[in-house]
Design a protein around this ligand. Structure first.
Ligand SMILES: NC(=O)c1ccc[n+]([C@@H]2O[C@H](COP(=O)([O-])OP(=O)(O)OC[C@H]3O[C@@H](n4cnc5c(N)ncnc54)[C@H](OP(=O)(O)O)[C@@H]3O)[C@@H](O)[C@H]2O)c1
Length: 294
């Protein structure tokens, strides 16, 4: 299969490249330096040169607060860039997988969001990703739109890494406890995406590790699993942080019950967190903790 990947240097994208490579697979991943997805001509030329059968689009302007202060760039990359990729995919008859976000929802619900729930983004970032979804739906017939959330992985900045660094630096840890979501290990999601692109399970799916927690609970678990349980950590309300973009207070994602999806089987987030900590050499006593919980 010939697979074109956008965003291959990112937290998810770097795992996607590993998951997609295999015998007989041809994977091409231009970097942002090689190809700006907001450059329409460059996107079309890339498709014409590589003629992919599948395109996996994981490139985005992901700085949520940056999007709020620079909506022009957010729209150029997340909406226009996605539109160009979708049009180019349709032109060469490639199937398209687009990675989207829990931030398309406003978080007023108190039960897990399903793919058909009405989106209502609270931020420029969320609105730009939702507009990207619409471009994909409107321009390609064979597509998978995969909404995920709260990613952590070896190749990028994320809350888990920040918490460990701050704990080691003896810095005070204050983490919000009034936002609830589903943490997701980039490696687990990438493996599931590599599977789904071999199927014809077209449509919009939700894909996260199992279970849910607050950011505070995620940070506490990371400290415990990494042998830093004695680090002082305090829960705070989101209102204490003055950030440009609003975040949904609740953004747990699920798929409709009884529907067969390759994303249903992603392991619980605590197990995925332990695997991530092991990957980055920070798991300490974590296995015993997981066994005790079971
Ligand atoms: N992180 C999360 O918690 C989270 C949650 C939900 C959904 N998502 C979605 O998941 C996907 C992957 O997120 P991530 O956290 O892995 O992102 P990331 O680490 O910020 O990586 C973003 C990628 O996009 C590329 N990129 C940015 N602007 C570009 C442009 N104009 N042209 C070409 N490439 C460009 C970056 O290239 P360079 O490295 O060269 O700049 C990088 O490879 C995104 O669609 C995001 O919206 C993320």
């Amino acid at each position: 299969m010939r697979v074109l990947v956008f965003g291959g240097s990112g937290m998810l994208g770097s795992e996607l490249l590993k998951a997609l490579y295999g015998p007989g697979e041809q994977v091409f991943a231009p970097s942002e330096g090689d190809l700006d997805i907001a450059d329409e001509a460059a996107v079309f030329k890339c498709f014409a040169d590589f003629t992919p059968e599948v395109v996996v689009h994981a490139a985005a302007y992901t700085d949520v607060d940056g999007c709020e202060t620079n909506p022009h760039l957010a729209n150029r990359v997340n909406v226009d860039g996605t539109a160009y990729i979708a049009r180019a995919a349709a032109k060469v008859d490639a199937a398209m997988l687009y990675v989207s976000t829990d931030f398309v929802f406003d978080g007023r619900k108190r039960t897990p969001y399903l793919p058909d729930d009405a989106p209502r983004p609270l931020s420029v970032y969320g609105a730009s990703k939702l507009a990207g979804e619409k471009q994909v739906r409107g321009r390609t017939e064979r597509h998978w739109i995969v909404r995920t959330a709260w990613l952590f992985g070896a190749a990028g900045r994320n809350l888990v890494r920040t918490v460990l660094e701050r704990a080691d630096g003896g810095r005070q840890l204050e983490v919000v406890d009034d936002q609830v979501g589903s943490p997701t290990y980039a490696r687990d999601l990438a493996a599931a995406i590599a599977q789904v692109v071999t199927t014809d399970a077209w449509g919009t799916w939700h894909a996260t590790n199992g279970g849910s927690c607050s950011w505070f609970e995620l940070a506490k678990e990371a400290l415990a699993l990494s042998g830093r349980a004695s680090a002082e950590i305090k829960p705070i309300p989101s209102a204490r942080l003055t950030r440009p973009a609003r975040r949904p207070p609740y953004s747990v994602l699920a798929n409709p019950p009884g529907v067969d999806t390759p994303f249903a089987s992603l392991r619980p987030w605590q197990e995925a967190l332990a695997a991530y900590l092991e990957e980055i050499g920070e798991l300490d006593g974590g296995r015993e903790r997981l066994i005790r919980r079971a």
